[in-house]
Design a protein around this ligand. Structure first.
Ligand SMILES: O=P(O)(O)O[C@H]1O[C@H](CO)[C@@H](O)[C@H]1O
Ligand SMILES: O=c1cc[nH]c(=O)[nH]1
Length: 247
């Protein structure tokens, strides 16, 4: 019998090369309408998965939960079953005034302020995406006329801290565009396993606004952030199409 990976509960028989990776399991409901032949696969812990096709290309969508530790498990287990390229479609908070709510960030490097990536390799090792996959994301966003930025994200481990304002001000001063919790682990572990990675972040928190309040309204689906989410999904799907076809 086919052995299943312990957390994602998927096995090698899946034979899908490309994975879209949101943090939130509920985001799969909003990815599904962009795919054909959708099949719900598994929902174990934070890892909910479905498969489908985009312009004929087989795609897996799987949620990774919150934080580098759970995202890292997904990277490892997806690699074990033969997934070759992974694009995170996450949400983030803005660290720059020009990054507005609903804008997307195509991440070209991540500050490794997480714990998971450091358990693999020294913090001086860079967290970077696959250059070709990132370029495909940029082309895909441009061709669809989406508002996007390219730059650095900071991935951190604790959503709540006592020093959030000071920490955000410091990284903002260094030109970091936004903060999330999974990109650094995805890039670092993905690189070490020979997996192509990219990360697209939909900004859901306006610069210098209260993070918890803004995330609350994103969950309620009230605002521009939902449009940004649609843009990041379509950008990632087109990037996979380009990777598959070279077009
Ligand atoms: O929207 P997702 O992909 O879950 O990502 C962001 O949202 C969560 C925090 O609210 C963290 O996981 C952060 O990285
Ligand atoms: O500000 C934010 C918003 C989303 N995710 C984060 O990690 N931080």
């Amino acid at each position: 019998m086919e052995s299943l990976q312990p957390h994602i509960q998927l096995g090698k028989d899946l034979q899908i090369k490309y994975a879209l990776m949101p943090g939130d399991p509920a985001r799969l409901d909003r990815i599904a309408p962009f795919l054909e032949n959708v099949t719900e696969l598994k929902f174990n812990r934070e890892y909910r998965s479905l498969s489908g096709t985009y312009k004929g290309v087989p795609i897996l969508a799987i949620s990774t939960g919150i934080g580098g530790a759970s995202a890292g498990i997904a990277v490892e287990e997806l690699h074990n079953i033969g997934v070759e390229a992974m694009i995170r479609i996450g949400s983030c908070g803005s660290l720059q005034p020009q990054v507005k709510v609903g804008d997307i960030i195509i991440v070209n490097g991540a500050v490794r302020d997480d714990g998971a990536s450091k358990t693999y390799i020294d913090a001086m090792f860079p967290a970077v995406p696959d250059a070709q996959l990132m370029l495909y994301c940029m082309e895909a966003a441009k061709e669809q006329d989406f508002q996007y930025h390219v730059g650095i994200a900071r991935s951190h481990d604790s959503f709540y801290t006592d020093d959030e304002e000071a920490i955000d001000a410091y990284w903002s001063k260094q030109g970091v565009l936004g903060c999330d919790m999974e990109t650094a682990a995805l890039f670092t572990i993905g690189h070490l396993r020979g997996v192509k990675t990219a990360s697209i972040l939909n900004n859901v928190v306006a610069y210098e606004q209260d993070t918890s309040e803004s995330i609350g309204s994103y969950v309620d689906g009230e605002n521009l952030a939902m449009e940004g989410e649609r843009h990041e999904i379509l950008t990632a799907l087109e990037a996979f199409y380009k990777l598959e076809t070279g077009k």
